[in-house]
Design a binder for this molecule. Sequence first.
Ligand SMILES: Cc1ncc(COP(=O)(O)O)c(C=O)c1O
Length: 444
Amino acid sequence: MKRSLVERDHAHLWHPYTQAKTAPAPLPIVRGEGVYLYTEDGKRLLDGISSWWVNIHGHSHPTLNRALADQAQRLEHVVFAGCTHAPAVELAERLVQILPAGLSRVFYSDNGSTAVEVALKLAYQYWRNLGRPERRTFVTLHHAYHGDTVGAMSASEASLFTQAFAPMLFDVTRVDAPYCYRCPLGLERASCRIECLGSLEAALQRHRDTVAAVLVEPMLQAAGGMIVWPSEFLAGARRLCDEYGALLIADEVLTGFGRTGRMFACEHALVTPDIICLSKALTAGYLPLGATVATEQIFDAFLSDDRAKTFFHGHSFTANPLACAVACASLDLFHESDVLGRVARLEAQLRSGLAPLTELPHVGDVRVIGGVGVIELVSDKATRQAAGYLDGIGPRLAAAFLDRGLLLRPLGNIVYFMPPYVITDEEVDWALGQIEQVVAGAMA
Ligand SMILES: Cc1ncc(COP(=O)(O)O)c(C=O)c1O
């Protein structure tokens, strides 16, 4: 008898972030179209998490499909040390045009974690090449998540995700994040003056001569709790990096390409980082590709007759032509239709649709930025107590959403909705209705 996809999967596969002993069976997805995914047994699911935050123009988009097929006819891949090709060059030219002014050197890799690893290594070697090897430490933020490779884990918050590997990781200095609902200083956003920046300033003062770079997820700290920032914090971080001579690295792996309402989140504070990390929506969620883009000043520090100053880093699939071609086609779609205007309308609809949920007894906070709507659940509104990532409510809510045809993956007590931008107003209304009913019912 023919075995189902799930039975065959169970025999040989190992899924990410999944406890195989207790996890529900994976959804057997056979097709995607627009905002919908279709299962082997004929169910239709609205993809409310953009397939791990990567999809923006919808699944199986005809323009992107064509770009991929066309490129495959010409060149599928070639080594990028010693060779170049049109998709890589065109994508670099176009990224440099749309990125905050000053970011002009594109280094490709494979995914978000490698984009961050490259940024950390570039910053580290930059100072070494300049004859300042003592600048070799990093300042990162509480609640940060930068990926699962060893450097990216080191820079992330020490958490359940990283605890098994703690002895493998290098030390960083962690400072306060502007998590306004849980202000580290107990202040209120309406009256504060972003005093939480004081913790970053104190760290830069204390380690004045040894900090290579400050690494942040600008405007939206994602996996650490979908924390939306006041833009003043980002502006302040840039100012402090300038004052203390440290590089600023912006991890825009999630926020890049419109997710926060601007093409890049750094635009909310009119900030140019020294290095930016891109992935996820770079290829509209089609193919794995990372890009770490640096200023000319950083690139120049690697130019030398001394071969030891070379950036010795690369991946087999660096600048994969298929991925670069789809990324260019995705930028065409931004050009051809008002994608950012669509995200602005989505933001307005999320704001008005989610606001009434603050009245529910266990909804502590509702926050929205661009195409991301977030509900933070608490067990007690007065004390703001919550169980965090391992809160059993997450999987229970996910199952209830799934029953209603909505694919969401709450981060424990943090429920968020982050659909592909092509979602229609009616589909947003429908999804918000499901979220309200499930949250109200589950916590009643
Ligand atoms: C801000 C941020 N940086 C880095 C990463 C890691 O990206 P990847 O999963 O592609 O390695 C993620 C993934 O969620 C992310 O949200």
